[in-house]
Design a protein. Structure first.
Length: 178
């Protein structure tokens, strides 16, 4: 077994990325405090050709040195917009027939492993503040909720970790259905 060289990874150029067909997922980050979390989500979005990121509330925006530390250039490839009000973003996404899902622990949430993607549908995943999660108002406005099952004592994950888990799961279900 040999570790691959960077030249063997078939990385896309920025222009190739922008021209590529995108995964029908949109990420909505609401009131994310950590610039490193924001950068990490950008990097995950780049890795899986995510269509767009909405940065809402106090969530910082590129260009930003601290975001760049973890994004490693993904802010140049992934389309993003900033909006003050996450509720308006969710309402507008719903008007576009995009299924909105809070990634949160709520009554009637669907465990991630049980969530089934529907062919031809586009999904917006709403991630909330590191301490308070997705606001109750945003949860109530979403079409549903997905919960990542957790068995330890904390029952909380870092937002960038949660985004990575959920995006990978939905991406794999969209591209390699069983």
């Amino acid at each position: 077994m040999r570790k691959l060289e960077n030249s063997e990874l078939e990385r896309k150029s920025i222009e190739d990325f922008k021209q590529s067909e995108k995964t029908p997922l949109i990420l909505v980050l609401d009131d994310i405090r950590s610039l490193h979390n924001i950068g990490s989500v950008f990097r995950t979005a780049d890795a899986f050709l995510i269509e767009k990121i909405y940065l809402c509330g106090i969530t910082a925006t590129p260009p930003n040195k601290e975001i760049h530390k973890t994004a490693l250039g993904a802010t140049e490839t992934v389309v993003w917009e900033h909006h003050k009000n996450v509720l308006e973003v969710i309402e507008n996404l719903k008007k576009e027939n995009i299924i909105t899902l809070a990634i949160e622990q709520v009554e009637s949430a669907i465990f991630l492993q049980n969530f089934e993607v529907k062919k031809g549908e586009k999904y917006a995943l709403v991630f909330g503040n590191e301490v308070y999660g997705v606001s109750q108002e945003a949860v109530a406005l979403c079409d549903g909720s997905i919960e990542i099952p957790q068995l330890g004592t904390k029952h909380s994950l870092n937002i960038s970790v949660s985004a990575g888990i959920v995006v990978w799961d939905l991406f794999s279900k969209m591209n390699w259905p069983k």
